[in-house]
Design a protein around this ligand. Sequence first.
Ligand code: CA
Length: 357
Amino acid sequence: MKRRDFIKQASIGAVAASSVAAPAIVHAGKKIRWKMVTTWPKNFPVLGTGANELAKLITKMSDGRIKVKVYGAGELIPAFEVFDAVSRGTAQMGHGSAYYWKGKIEEAQFFSTVPFGMNAQEMNAWLYYGGGLDLWKQTYEPFGVMPAAAGNTNVQMAGWFNKQINSTKDLQGLKMRIPGLGGEVLKRAGGTPVNLPGGELFTALKTGAIDATEWVGPYNDLAFGLHKAAKYYYYPGWHEPGTTLEAIINKKAFNALPKDLQIIVENACKVVNQDMSLEFTAKNNAALQTLQQKHNVDVRKLPDDVLAKLKALSHEVVLELAGKNPAAKKIYDSYNGFYTQVAAWHDISEKIYFNVR
Ligand code: CA
């Protein structure tokens, strides 16, 4: 008998017994305690609080049968060790984004975001209806980890700069915190990408250890106080047009759950995936107004020739990644095929509508 079947049988038996004997003991025995480690500072707006919401939702939807305790970055393990912790079962769940694990699984970056690639709506459509989620699951399978989309930042800002970007020359020598494929693009443009967890950005920027940093968008960036550490706030977030945040679940822990709890965990992720995206949409503009009007932030658009250069380099970087191994090629083909067809539709729907409304 499989372990989960055994547990199911045992709990059915226990419920029957509980109606005549000791319900409190039986009830206590059924509770499952999970730990969720995150790459975000504890209670950080939307990202950290979204992870908190996910934990609460799993507990509420399961009527307390699973309790998930959330740990902020550094509480149990450092931010960038979340994947390993979930893989080895130190924690049953994690919350972060796939590009943080590029040192281990380079092709995982496709599941976060691709520079000049799909936005949140398109990315979710690929994941749920275009085969993306299945490929993501296959990618993490060898590590005993199961992914779920659990949040999206929508289009980000290009970031906070202490140097003006007036031409492609200004990218040369630029030391910037920028993770994932965007970092590789900056490197090819002559810059020096640095990867730092969110909690270290303010100090690095303030002390001049880096010239620039991207983070998320106005709502999150205001909360970090990044306007107190840099002069210029550039848009658009070419490097992160719709970054998927992920929940990762230890496969053994997931398989040990009865079927209904598995469905609850997966669907709680789906709810939070949508909810975080909505919260960003709802709150970014007010934060931007605060940054501009209260803190006199200098908001600027990246020059067109800079964006054109970054776009050309992005294509190079993505194609190279696709060429690295058959797994990367398979994901790229799926991503790119979906992007091409969804973009064709969006060219005459969303895009046109944005321009005419
Ligand atoms: Ca970012």
